[in-house]
Design a binder for this molecule. Structure first.
Ligand code: F3S
Length: 395
């Protein structure tokens, strides 16, 4: 493998033990992909922050890095943790979870990782520029960075993103070159008009072509917003191994790709039926991935003056930076005076919230529905954002 002078010095341990071990990990990954070398990255985004996901083994791994003198060399942000740091009571967190979660965050901060605690760092905390090379974990953020922003990143894991942050290097795979290309055209024959539709379309696409980077061709006249593409990225990341998708702007873009599949209204309907709402929801969750300020404004407008039903917990999650801006704009007051909870730092999937068999969780995110189903005994339902809000409010 071709290594620069600095990389060789890192391997010799001249930048400390943690940097040496981190570079060894990046090299092992690069070798497994047959890469010729490494690439310098401008930023990193680390997943595997919730104690629920990484447990004691993950905490031990991070402790070792701190003891080995690790420091990040590039701007690095953190994915969500197990609870809102200002409202841990909302998520049924016990003392052990609370302490270990705080230790994970403090240890990552000691390394230099910013406590952004969001899966949407691109909304303000850490937004790459087009053609920047970065090392991002969190599948929804990785796919968004490559496909919507036009940056280059591998689909990093928690440990590899951390190693990339510490060394400033990532494996120079095809994902960091212009050789990345779509291998299948996904013709969308269904109408997609809501965040939930986009998220489900992502999930269904990933199920149909789980290992291939797709080019999405929607009906003429439909143009997704960046927030909708964020939802698509999350759905796709949940069911597919791809790190990127493309959207077809012109018909001639699809001519040279022989493989084609179609997603019809029936496909989406069938997937929706897996998570049909058959009983009154007790928990309603919006914000996977974390909501943008624009989404918070839309939600606040819809629930203004309303009242959340007594037996419903309505949670809307966002990033710290969006939360602060929403608070300054008075949107937090609007949401909380209706009885809903605007939370930051976490989400339903990474929180340890215990939901019994009697609970019915309604969400507009196919990614949350997909993961929540395997993590809880509660019944999971998928609905549009409009349905989520209508079910939450007293009529
Ligand atoms: Fe983000 Fe949690 Fe969804 S980390 S993408 S809100 S599962």
């Amino acid at each position: 493998m071709r290594l620069s002078k600095t990389e060789k010095m890192m391997l010799e341990g001249r930048y400390g033990e943690a940097c040496k071990r981190s570079l060894e990990l990046i090299i092992a990954i690069a070798e497994s992909y047959g890469c010729e070398g490494l690439i310098k990255v401008k930023s990193a985004h680390v997943s595997g922050v919730s104690y629920k996901n990484i447990g004691d083994a993950g905490l031990e791994y991070i402790r070792d890095l701190v003891e080995g003198g690790a420091k990040v060399r590039v701007r690095t942000t953190m994915n969500p943790c197990g609870f809102d740091l200002d409202k841990p009571w909302l998520f049924g967190v016990d003392e052990t979870f609370f302490k270990r979660q705080l230790e994970i965050i403090k240890s990552l901060e000691a390394i230099g990782v910013e406590p952004s605690l969001t899966c949407t760092p691109y909304y303000s905390d850490n937004k790459p520029r087009r053609r920047d090379h970065v090392a991002w974990a969190e599948s929804s953020a990785t796919i968004y960075a490559n496909s919507v922003i036009g940056a280059y990143t591998n689909r990093e894991s928690g440990p590899s993103a951390l190693a990339a942050a510490i060394t400033g290097r990532a494996a120079l795979t095809k994902d960091h070159t212009d050789e990345r290309r779509p291998s299948v055209v996904v013709e969308v024959l269904a109408k997609v008009s809501d965040y939930s539709d986009w998220s489900l379309l992502g999930l269904v696409t990933g199920r149909l072509v789980p290992d291939e980077p797709p080019l999405i061709k929607v009906k003429r006249g439909i143009r997704a917003t960046d927030d909708e593409l964020k939802c698509f990225s999350a759905g796709l990341g949940a069911s597919s191994a791809t790190s990127i998708f493309w959207t077809a702007e012109q018909d001639n873009q699809v001519l040279h790709i022989p493989k084609r599949i179609a997603v019809t209204s029936k496909d989406l309907k069938r997937a929706r039926e897996e998570w049909a709402l058959t009983r009154k929801p007790t928990v309603i969750f919006i914000g996977c991935p974390h909501c943008s300020l624009r989404e918070i404004k839309e939600i606040a407008e819809k629930i203004k003056g309303g009242r959340v039903k007594k037996d419903v917990m309505f949670i809307i999650s966002t990033s710290r930076s969006v939360y602060e801006r929403a608070s300054k704009l008075g949107l937090l007051d609007v949401i909380e005076s209706a009885g809903a909870h605007l939370v930051k730092d976490t989400c339903l999937v990474v929180s340890p919230m215990k939901l019994s068999r009697n609970e019915v969780v309604l969400t507009d995110s196919a990614k949350t529905a997909y993961y929540a189903e395997t993590m809880t005994n509660a019944t999971i339902a998928l609905g549009s954002r409009r349905v989520c809000i209508e079910e939450a409010l007293e009529m």
